[in-house]
Design a protein. Structure first.
Length: 133
């Protein structure tokens, strides 16, 4: 009897856990989970001049943000500001065409890219794209 009671409690606990896991996640929960998974991989050196530091999803603002640090010769605030419009256009095109951004765009998220200077630790560019939806 004690064995049956013990296993009964374990089975009931597993059923409760299983039913909790089977509940559908909201889109916001999915976005938060994606950000958490990405952040586990960070920081990631993208190339010799750009490091991907982290991402964040803010459900209250309906915004996904990506944070980068510019290194070496790209760590130049004046050059970044001088070419801001060209960088913005290229980045916007990438966002629109990237399959991994589709869910964010379809949900109407604002997408933000923030670039920091490695030497000064200050923001040297902040690009914000509002979803067309």
């Amino acid at each position: 009897r004690r064995i049956m009671k013990k296993y009964g409690v374990i089975i009931a606990a597993l059923l409760l856990i299983g039913s909790g896991c089977s509940q559908k996640m909201t889109q916001e929960e999915r976005f938060l989970q994606l950000a958490e998974r990405e952040n586990q991989k960070c920081p990631v050196l993208m190339n010799g001049t750009t490091r991907f530091d982290s991402t964040r999803y803010d459900a209250a603002l309906n915004r996904v943000s990506y944070y980068y640090t510019m290194l070496g010769e790209a760590d130049n605030a004046k050059k970044m500001q001088k070419n801001y419009n060209n960088y913005r256009k290229a980045l916007e095109k990438s966002v629109i065409n990237a399959l991994e951004m589709k869910a964010y765009i379809d949900y109407g998220n604002t997408i933000q890219y923030v670039y920091y200077s490695d030497s000064t630790k200050t923001v040297i560019a902040d690009f914000v794209f509002n979803s067309p939806n």
